[in-house]
Ligand binder design. Structure first.
Ligand SMILES: [Zn+2]
Length: 435
């Protein structure tokens, strides 16, 4: 393994600088958002004055501010925790304890898997107070939470088990490749990881999602006929239309389109069907179909493939550099395997870098939303899409007056005002046709 104390120090400094820079940027953005939303709290923007009440506008402002404040607390805690795991020696201590435990007698794979599992469980446990507060304080206060503590607990147990059952074998396979597939292990590991992702995409709608929600076929015949006609008009085979009991957890509404080829299915949250008229449901579905027509899903998968190939190649190189470990406060084993350590440190460090490219990804996502909106307007009544979006933004208490810089950084969906104003010229009435 290449060793250099100087590189180790340089890497520590880069890591610390990025951590501080990221923290400052996140705090700056959140405080901008809070100030901007609070400053516009007392007046509904003119374009929405006729459709949104002052009360709804203020609820959205308070919800947005509450979430942003809580997000700042979470960000600060996350940064402190990252420091504790790395430079302050948390991972090193955990790793040494496992290496020196009886587990080492079962070969090098077992203590390595134990390290990743222990890390996952500990960080999951430390995250629990935040999830609890967010669900039972913030979401509850604004009337969105529909979960009982019992259901929350059942979800936690189930998702932990699903994570272990699915995660451990794939991680074991990747660790094994790292240890035995030679210097090109990262290429094999990437192929395995991609295969795994595709498998999850296929299994999620049919095997994983039903563990958490009930899906029943859409039985409203009128709506079914309408939706089927829309799908035919857009050239999609209506394979399965389902209603999901989203209302058992949250009042937030949604619809999505999942699966590949013959396994494609449309899923409506029951909350969406309760809040929207049939025409509006049609428009929302047309928007989702627009994502497929414009190949957004495919583009997302292909870019994920490319980014993870670059990631694995980088990991392949970093895992053989001693400074990568020592620079992050970890003593690599000189004789044994350090693969789990490398994976873990890599997963912790990558977000520090990727945070700074997130505006680019968010920009692409917003561009795709505009394209899907335009498609929906061309296939359904654009007025329906406008009123559906307005209802959804209002029901989800999304603010109409977000800070523009915050939007550029974080928003994967454009603010309501931008979506509606982009759509207006596309509507037939805007061209002078009689209303
Ligand atoms: Zn969309």
């Amino acid at each position: 393994m290449a060793n250099s104390p100087d590189l180790s120090l340089v890497f520590t400094l880069v890591f610390a600088a990025l951590l501080v820079l990221g923290l400052l940027a996140k705090f700056y953005l959140a405080s901008r958002q809070i100030r901007h939303v609070a400053a516009h709290r007392d007046q509904v923007p003119a374009a929405f004055a006729a459709t949104i009440s002052l009360q709804a506008h203020q609820k959205a402002a308070d919800y947005t501010v509450a979430k942003a404040r809580f997000g700042m607390l979470q960000t600060a805690f996350g940064a402190a925790l990252l420091l504790a795991w790395t430079l302050l020696g948390g991972i090193d201590a955990l790793n040494q304890a496992l290496m020196n435990s009886g587990l080492a007698a079962y070969g090098s794979l077992v203590p390595q898997l134990a390290l990743l599992a222990a890390f996952g469980l500990i960080s999951g446990a430390l995250d629990l107070p935040f999830t609890l507060y967010s669900t039972f304080r913030i979401e509850e206060r604004f009337g969105f939470n529909k979960m009982t503590f019992r259901l929350w607990l059942a979800d936690l147990v189930k998702s932990t088990l699903v994570g272990l059952v699915i995660g451990l074998p794939i991680v074991a396979l990747i660790l094994w490749l790292m240890g035995s597939a030679g210097s090109l292990w990262w290429l094999w590991a990437w192929a395995v990881w991609m295969g795994f992702n595709l498998l999850v995409l296929v299994l999620y709608p049919t095997v994983i999602a039903p563990l958490f929600n009930k899906f029943k076929p859409l039985d409203d015949e009128a709506l079914k006929a309408r939706v089927t006609a829309l799908m035919q008009r857009c050239g999609f085979a209506a394979k399965g239309l389902f209603v999901m009991d989203g209302s058992k957890r949250s009042a937030h509404a949604n619809a999505y389109f999942t699966g590949f080829g013959a396994a494609k299915r449309v899923v409506f949250y029951d909350t969406l069907l309760n809040q929207l008229s049939p025409g509006e449901v049609d428009a929302v579905l047309a928007h989702e179909l627009g994502h497929f027509k414009h190949k957004h899903i495919l583009k997302r998968i292909v870019s994920m493939f490319a980014m993870s190939l670059a990631g694995f190649a980088l990991l392949g190189w970093l895992s053989s550099q001693t400074w990568f470990y020592t620079g992050l406060g970890v003593r690599p084993s000189l004789a044994g395997a350090n693969d789990a350590l490398a994976l873990l440190l890599f997963m912790l460090v990558v977000p520090l870098f990727s945070f700074f490219v997130s505006p680019l990804l968010a920009w692409f996502s917003r561009k795709h939303e505009f394209e899907a909106d335009a498609y929906a307007v061309s296939k359904t009544d654009g007025k329906d899409l406008q009123s559906a979006l307005l209802k959804l933004y209002q029901d989800n208490a999304s603010t109409l007056t977000p800070d523009p810089v915050f939007v550029k950084f974080y928003y994967t969906h454009p603010p309501a005002s931008e979506r509606l104003s982009r759509m207006t010229p596309l509507l037939p009435t805007a061209h002078g046709a009689s209303a």
